[in-house]
Design a protein around this ligand. Structure first.
Ligand code: NI
Length: 206
């Protein structure tokens, strides 16, 4: 159930962290408004804002540590694609930071995120925050997340969108991918975005 981007009918005990924004193909001239300010806390308890990531590409994924399949798949894909990019001949000139943002403030404390992130990559920045702060971050990215009660000790799961967002060094949206995107597809997109950004920087210096 977790990881599915399906709106729930009214009446479910749903904790809606953000509006479900349709990520339909936009008209060519329209500006795509995905991404924006956030004020969160990372797995080491340090305050982090979107401004900290300027100058680096970001791969942003919203999920939760109790997610059985979709989130581990997406995070593994992110880490593998960064490995592929690093191995390639034409590695991007820019730093690429993988970012995980929790949609489960109740359970995902910094301590929980620290153990979780370490399972994937020491460079993964895993963030949580107050329900309000996470709702605001989720809204900025058009993320939908709804708490769904389940039996057993786990108590609840969370249905959520599972897009991987590629954000530029200027903090602006570049592209998004399904959480089960292929490693090669994501690696290519990162490489292209990295070389485009490096090209812009060089021409600005001339
Ligand atoms: Ni998930």
């Amino acid at each position: 159930m977790a990881g599915q981007a399906r709106p729930r009918p009214a009446g479910w005990a749903a904790l809606v962290l953000g509006a479900l924004l349709a990520l339909a193909p936009a008209p060519a001239a329209a500006e795509i408004r995905i991404g924006g300010p956030f004020e969160l806390v990372d797995q080491y308890g340090a305050a982090r804002t979107n401004a900290d990531f300027r100058g680096a590409l970001m791969l942003v994924y919203f999920g939760f540590t109790h997610c059985p399949d979709a989130c581990p798949t997406a995070l593994s894909t992110i880490v593998e694609s960064l490995g592929a990019v690093a191995q390639a001949d034409a590695a991007p000139a820019l730093r690429v930071v993988p970012v995980f943002i929790s949609v489960d403030p109740e359970r995902d404390t910094p301590e929980v995120l620290r153990d979780y992130a370490a399972q994937f990559d020491p460079g993964l920045v895993a963030m949580t925050g107050t329900p309000d702060a996470l709702a605001e971050a989720g809204r900025a990215y058009g993320v939908f997340a709804a708490k769904v009660p389940v039996g057993g000790a786990i108590g609840y799961t969370i249905d959520h969108t599972r897009f991987i967002y590629l954000m530029g060094a200027d903090g602006k949206y570049v592209a998004h991918f399904e959480g089960d995107v292929g490693v090669d597809v994501l690696a290519d997109a990162i490489t292209q975005a990295g070389s485009r950004a490096a090209g812009h920087r060089q021409s600005a210096e001339r």
